[in-house]
Design a protein around this ligand. Structure first.
Ligand SMILES: [Fe+2]
Ligand SMILES: [Fe+2]
Length: 476
């Protein structure tokens, strides 16, 4: 492959900054995948028909001014292949190849593992589009509708990012995996998405905000670890994806902010926490959504100890969060970390495990610390409204299906319970079918510019300097 260029070529059928036209075979292969992507988008993408959405499109990959905003037809969005600029003389930052030059091609002995990492990451991207496909029917405002579609088109582009790597570097097998990414579907009984959280339904807008807060944030940490990869094209792809991902988490953070603000307002106005009758979402329902979305997102980090994760690290395929800021040997030849384990008699014990084996735990801990920042924001909103209520992140062992907690029943405060106790209390901890039905009952579309649904506060700012009452989406 020839040298990468920074400018994005929008003349080609597939916009790119990887000089795609210089490699005819690759270009043809991707051009034959493109219509399959478009038909997947038509079948599994947003259901609401629109005549133009005010979207950003990447026009450069540099730090400044990379995005251009305009109304575009959703299915004419220019999905493309954008890699961050190469870093001169980049070297492997960790593992057994530490300090050697990074790889521009895939070493044979690491081919299978790299392909697996790319497929698993790639599988999450279209999954979220599928999960969110009905939400366009019930958005609380045109501003929110536009944000949903922005997230959707960028997750579609993230699929392109991974498919490019599969096509360009993994030969026939890579092309087959690229096809399979369009064949698995979220929640499909026959061919589900690879990871559990991506088979859950995103049934309402509170769930969407929680998903973009908690589950897109898992994406941020996975991409952050893959950005460290010795395989340079993967590193550069992830670096640019992270820029787009930041907006998805902004949608989640400020979305939950606005729900909490509106609930706080209704609580003050009616002097009761029981605001359902006034069309607000009660704080304990919000807490249950936090419990659910946080716990299923924790499962995405895998088992606390993992020989696969250790091997990926040693081989230089996947690093740690902010690898280069760490002050250890970057090889984890020695060193251990404490892992809290539940016992069947209801007590906790602590086990020392090798730091190399505990890399999933390391990444999950960084994620959990980051999640707390949202909780602090939401609690500040309540405190400023003078409301005596505090949101909590549940214990990491709560409601888990993966890792050392999977076979235990742990309460949000970290008490080890028996199955019966846990199930008796479950309705107080996780959204019940009544909670979900109530939240769904509030989800009525509000599509007049400048109007907002009654269960959420308007945003503090519009998009790209536009006012809230801007026509962000032109409806069909
Ligand atoms: Fe993504
Ligand atoms: Fe995302």
């Amino acid at each position: 492959m020839t040298a990468m260029t920074t400018a994005i070529n929008y003349q080609d059928k597939i916009p790119n900054n990887v000089d795609l036209s210089s490699d005819r075979r690759l270009q043809r292969a991707l051009e034959s995948w493109q219509p399959k992507f478009i038909s997947w988008w038509g079948e599994m993408g947003p259901t609401l028909r629109t005549h133009g959405v005010y979207l950003r499109t990447a026009v450069a990959v540099g730090q400044e001014g990379w995005a251009h905003f305009d109304h575009v037809e959703l299915d004419k969005y220019r999905w493309g292949i954008f890699l961050a600029e190469p870093k001169a003389n980049r070297r492997v930052a960790f593992g057994e190849y530490k300090d050697q030059p990074v790889w521009q091609q895939v070493p044979g002995e690491h081919r299978a593992d790299l392909q697996r990492l790319i497929v698993v990451q790639g599988d999450t991207e279209p999954a979220s589009v599928e999960q969110q496909r009905l939400l366009g029917l019930t958005a609380p405002s045109l501003y929110d509708l536009r944000n949903l579609f922005q997230v959707n088109v960028e997750e579609g582009r993230h699929l392109w990012a991974m498919v490019y790597l599969l096509h360009a570097y993994f030969g026939k097998e890579g092309r087959e995996e690229a096809e399979a990414l369009l064949c698995r579907n979220s929640g499909s009984p026959d061919s589900p998405r690879i990871l559990g959280a991506f088979n859950e339904k995103t049934t309402d807008w509170l769930a969407f905000f929680m998903f973009t807060y908690f589950t897109d944030r898992d994406g941020k940490y996975q991409l952050g670890a893959l950005k460290e990869s010795a395989f340079d094209p993967l590193s550069r792809t992830c670096e640019f994806m992270l820029k787009e991902e930041a907006h998805h988490m902004f949608v989640g953070t400020t979305g939950v902010d606005r729900v909490v603000m509106r609930s706080a307002q209704l609580i003050r106005e009616h002097d009761t926490l029981d605001i359902a009758a006034y069309g607000g979402i009660p704080l304990d329902v919000i807490q249950k959504y936090i419990n659910f979305h946080y716990s299923v997102s924790l499962d995405l980090f895998g088992s606390e100890t993992s020989t696969n994760a250790a091997n990926y690290f040693t081989a230089g395929l996947k690093g740690r969060w902010q690898e280069e800021r760490r002050t250890d040997d970057h090889q984890l030849i020695s060193g251990s970390v404490a892992l809290d384990k539940p016992n069947t008699d209801g007590t906790w014990s602590q086990e020392q495990v090798s730091a190399l084996l505990a890399l999933n735990l390391d990444l999950r801990d960084a994620y959990a610390r980051d999640c707390l920042r949202g909780l602090n924001r939401w609690n500040t909103i309540l405190a400023e409204a003078g409301i005596d209520y505090t949101f909590h992140l549940p214990h990491v062992g709560f409601n888990r299906s993966v890792g050392v907690y999977a076979d235990h029943h742990i309460s949000p405060s970290g008490a080890i319970l028996d199955a019966e106790e846990w199930h008796r209390a479950q309705a107080a901890w996780l959204p019940t079918s009544e909670d979900l039905a109530f939240v769904r009952s509030l989800m009525q579309p509000v599509y007049q510019p400048g109007k907002i649904a009654g269960w959420i506060a308007p945003p503090l700012h519009g998009i790209n300097g536009k006012p809230f009452d801007y026509e962000y989406v032109r409806l069909a």
